[in-house]
Structure formats: C-alpha cells, structure tokens
Design a protein around this ligand. Structure first.
Ligand code: ATP
Length: 311
C-alpha cells in the first residue's frame, strides 16, 4: 500500500463529528444551541424532538420561533407533513444521517438538539435494530459503539425546580395562543378520515387533553344552559385539561431523565451541565437568570465544545 492510499483510508475511517445537546423537556436545549451557535458560527442544528419535526402546532410543541433562531440553519424542524404516517426512529436515522453528512461535507458542525432519546439513539448507534427498544425492553443493552465522533452535552435541571418551571411554561404557552392553535387543529383534524388514530402530531401533549374539552365545547358552537351554569362547567373542563397538560409534561420530563441515565449507564460519555440554579432564578423571578445561565451553563458548554471542535 503506498502512502496516498494509507492517507485516504485513514481519512475514510475518520468519523464525522456530531455535537448532541440533550436533556428533558424545558431544560433550555434550544436556547443553549443558539448561544453556542453565535460563538461557533459553523454550527447547523438538526432537531431531534419527535413532535417538532411535524409542520404545525408550533406553540403547543414549543418550536423555537424564527426570530429567536438568529439566522442559524435548522433542519427537520416543522418539515414533515403530519398527514403522512408517523416518522419512525428508523426513518429519522436515515433522514437525519443524510443531513449530518451534508453539513459535514460543507465543513460545518452538525448539532443534534431535542429531547427524543429514541431519535438520538437511533441516529448515533453504529448498528441500529428497529425491532428492539433499548428503553422499554430491559433485556436489550445500550450499545456504546457509535457511528459518529459524538460530544454529548446533557443539560440537567433538578426535577423539583423543573416541575415548577414547566407548570409556568404551560401558562405562558396558553397566554401565547395555545388554546386557539389547538382549536384550529381540532376543527381541521375532525374533517380527516382517520382522526381517531393517535399518531404523529396527535400525540403531542395538549392535543388529547384538549380533545376532551373540545368534544364538550366545540370551538365556534354555542352550548345550551344558563350563563352561570355554562361558565362554571366550562371553566372546570378547561382547568382539568390544563392540569392534565401540566401533569403529562412533568411525567414526560421524568421519563426523559430516566432514558438519559440509561444511556449514561450504557457507557455514553455524557457531559452534564447543571442549569438548576439558572432555572431557580427564573421560577423565583430573582432577575439574575441570564447572568447565571451565562456563567453556569454557556461558559462550561463553550469550553467543552471548543475542545471537541479543535481536536
Ligand atoms: P417514546 O418512546 O416514549 O415516544 P421518545 O424518546 O421517542 O419516547 P419523547 O421526546 O420522550 O420521545 O416523546 C414522548 C412523547 O412525549 C411524545 O409521543 C409526545 O406525546 C410527547 N412529546 C414529546 N415532545 C413533545 C413536544 N415537543 N410537544 C408536545 N408533546 C411532546
């Protein structure tokens, strides 16, 4: 083998770099990804939240708004038509894998950002078996053989603080028009033939909880009864839906944390960044949120990413 062949073979063997920002719902992954991308302009983001891949329900699924993306390219964020069948982890592996290669070929750094650990796992493991589920089947072990040169940043927030934050986030989402968005989705979805199937975007937290409410109080239709009777029953049903959303979001965060710990036990080298103090500042309205976030979350993350980028 001559020296040119050796160099070419080595280059071929070199794995593509992939930065992965993971963490439970609401821990600030999107925010951190933009904070990092403003310091490392070569970054392009690939979404790995299984509800945010679909077009629609932007408030309900908490997609980062366009103006907050600051021009950073985002892939697989709202591109999939929800009318098509559900995007499986296997399909995600193939679509996101092609995007990673494309970004790398342009000498940019792909950054995977999102809370769906099944998507993250499917994309990065060397050998992916679509018929076994590492998160639900205890007899299947997590493989630490990865097809990329990965740097995992895990944004962690203590469950107690995160719970409180998630509850207020639901209130903020409702203030931003979540109910109206869901009402429109409900009316449009009812017209579709297989609206009874809970697939894709219909699984997003908020849809099933408010479906029950809209069945009783069809958007745009007036119900019968006296004014005060109508008001109190309706308020009760609304509050029940909101309580459901808050509880299901909290349960989702807990399950996601459990899956992250499972990946770590399986040998994934997760670099934990603790955002608890920053979130405590948010829930107590202390006014020091951004200062603590910059110091305790962005600064250590920048150091980790810089080392990874330079290696
Ligand atoms: P699972 O195997 O349980 O689907 P996962 O790791 O593939 O887990 P998660 O991100 O944990 O994916 O999502 C699980 C469920 O949580 C989704 O099916 C959906 O009901 C809800 N969910 C996840 N992300 C969102 C979101 N952005 N908005 C609303 N609901 C969400």
């Amino acid at each position: 083998m001559d020296s040119t062949t050796t160099v070419t073979t080595r280059r071929h063997r070199r794995k593509e770099k992939l930065l992965v920002i993971m963490g439970a719902t609401g821990t600030g992954k999107s925010r951190l990804s933009i904070d990092l991308a403003t310091r490392f302009p070569s970054m392009e983001i690939i979404n790995s939240d299984k509800m945010q891949v679909y077009k629609g329900l932007d408030i309900t699924t908490n997609k980062i708004p366009l103006h907050e993306r600051l021009g950073v390219p985002h892939h697989l964020l709202g591109n999939v038509d929800p009318a098509h069948s559900e995007l499986t982890p296997s399909e995600f592996r193939s679509v996101a894998g092609a995007i990673v290669s494309d970004i790398t070929s342009r000498r940019k750094l792909p950054v995977l950002v999102g809370g769906s650990n099944s998507f993250i796992h499917a994309l990065v493991v060397d050998r992916f078996d679509p018929n076994s589920d590492v998160f639900y089947d205890r007899s299947v072990s997590v493989s630490s053989e990865l097809r990329y040169n990965c740097c995992f940043l895990w944004v962690d927030v203590s469950m107690m603080v995160l719970s409180e934050y998630l509850s207020s986030r639901v209130d903020d989402m409702l203030d931003s028009g979540m109910l109206e968005e869901l009402a429109e989705f409900y009316n449009r979805d009812k017209a579709s033939e297989d609206s009874a199937k809970r697939t894709g975007l219909r699984k997003a937290i908020g849809v099933p909880e408010f479906d029950r409410y809209f069945k009783r109080y069809r958007p745009g239709c007036e119900e019968e009864g006296t004014e005060s009777e109508k008001d109190s029953l309706r308020t009760e049903a609304y509050e029940e839906a909101v309580r459901g959303i808050k509880e299901n979001t909290r349960q989702l965060a807990k399950r996601q944390m459990g899956k992250i710990l499972r990946l770590r036990r399986g040998g994934w080298d997760l670099r934990r960044v603790d955002a608890t103090e920053a979130f405590r500042a948010v829930v107590t309205s202390s006014g020091r949120w951004s200062e603590i976030w910059a110091k305790q979350v962005v600064e250590p993350s920048v150091k980790i990413v810089k080392r990874f980028w330079d290696e």
